[in-house]
Design a protein around this ligand. Sequence first.
Ligand code: FVH
Length: 289
Amino acid sequence: MTCNTTFLGLGAMGGALATASLDADRPTIVWNRTPHRTQRLAGRGATDASTVEEAVAGDGVIVACLLDHRSVHDVLDPVAARLSGRTLVNLTTTTPSEARELATWAAGFGIDYLDGAIMAVPAMIGGPGSALFYSGSAIAFENHRALLDLWGESTYFGTDAGMASLYDLALLAGMYTMFAGFRQGAAMVGSEGVSATDFATRAAPFLAAMTGSFASTAAIIDARDYAGEGQQSLEFTRSALDAIVQASIDQGVSIEVLRPVHDLVRRQITAGYGPQGSDRVFEEMRSTR
Ligand code: FVH
């Protein structure tokens, strides 16, 4: 028999997760701070809990998908003492430190804690390309795979509850800086009246092709060998960035996004590494903890 699954938070993402549960004919309890958001799912057969206490009264897994770390405490602190022996899957975006704090907090109440990060938008949940990262309780991950796999491909990153979030935010760091670079390029060609739509048709295949070099870049970084054959030197990269920055200035476009990239390369050259590979900037970025 499948136990009830309780969903706390029925925003765009929480609603999509609970919908997948209902689509799979699982008994589903829903709660949201602003009550009207539960109505659509109640109409589909979900149990509409009017309080958090009511929502968590059963013995099934609890899924939280709230705005942020603070809201998880706001919702769960008042009922935590009643949740001993229960499993909490937290799919709210948090930092790794916040995820670890929640794992410690949960352990203090005897709650089995699995942290999750969703690498998808709500419309993708349950469909192709949807991926979710998990870390924390291995038992919770194994015991609830049937539920987790409803939402997308599930990957477990170990018992350190912060790891799913770390992977999530690391990938988002790549995404946000890539989009910033796209906007820079769109502003450059836009200064001559070219539409961003036109630019996107060139940028998408070019940037996709560039990702093919991630593996060789990664090998250089992992070996920390920036003096090997065939690497694009820091001096070469500075010359390219000089041109990109100057072209932006000439076109009246901001160089705010380019400046930190340019500075990283220039500092490495000033330190005497000009002939070495450009991946050497990683030495300034990596953690020295
Ligand atoms: N939407 C997305 O594309 C992304 C993709 C990747 C991961 N996220 C994360 O998922 C979390 C929830 O996101 P969401 O899209 O569901 O967000 P909203 O639609 O804004 O819903 C937020 C829900 O949180 C409730 N809430 C906020 N603060 C509190 C609080 N202090 N106490 C109780 N509930 C709270 C809010 O309730 P209400 O405003 O309707 O009353 C919504 O249910 C998020 O971490 C994303 O980063 C989504």
